[in-house]
Design a protein. Structure first.
Length: 120
C-alpha cells in the first residue's frame, strides 16, 4: 500500500469527524489530507517506515514550508530563502561567516549559491 493510499484511508476513517466540522474547517481537513501525500517518494526511501509517523511527518514538513513562506512574506527584510536549496532563515543565520560584497552579493552558507539582493 502506498503512502497516498494510506493517507486516503485515514481520510475515510476520519470522515465522521470531517462531517461534524464547520465548512472552513472541512476545507482545512481536506487540504491537510492532500498535503500529507506530497512526500510519498521520501517515505518510500525510508527503511521500515512507521506509516502513521510517515503521514504525520509529511504534514509537518508541509506546515514548516508554509510557515517559512509566511515568515518571508511578513518579515521580508529579516529572512531570506535561497533559490537553489530553498533554505529559509534569518539574514544573520543564513549567511554566518560569509562576506558581503558591496552589500548585494552573498553566498548561501548551506549550498554556497550566490545570492544578489539589497540589504536593508
Amino acid at each position: 500500500m502506498t503512502l497516498e493510499q494510506i493517507v486516503e484511508s485515514y481520510g475515510f476513517q476520519w470522515q465522521e469527524f470531517n462531517n461534524a466540522l464547520e465548512e472552513l474547517d472541512k476545507e482545512a481537513f481536506h487540504d491537510l489530507i492532500e498535503r500529507a501525500k506530497h512526500h510519498a517518494e521520501a517515505v518510500s526511501k525510508t527503511e521500515y517506515p512507521n506509516l502513521f509517523e510517515s503521514v504525520v511527518m509529511s504534514i509537518l514538513v508541509e506546515h514548516q514550508r508554509e510557515l517559512q513562506r509566511l515568515q518571508e512574506i511578513l518579515l521580508p527584510s529579516q529572512t531570506k530563502t535561497c533559490p537553489r536549496c530553498s533554505r529559509t532563515a534569518s539574514i544573520e543565520d543564513f549567511f554566518k561567516g560569509e562576506s558581503v560584497k558591496d552589500g548585494v552579493s552573498i553566498l548561501c552558507s548551506h549550498c554556497k549559491e550566490a545570492l544578489n539582493f539589497a540589504i536593508h
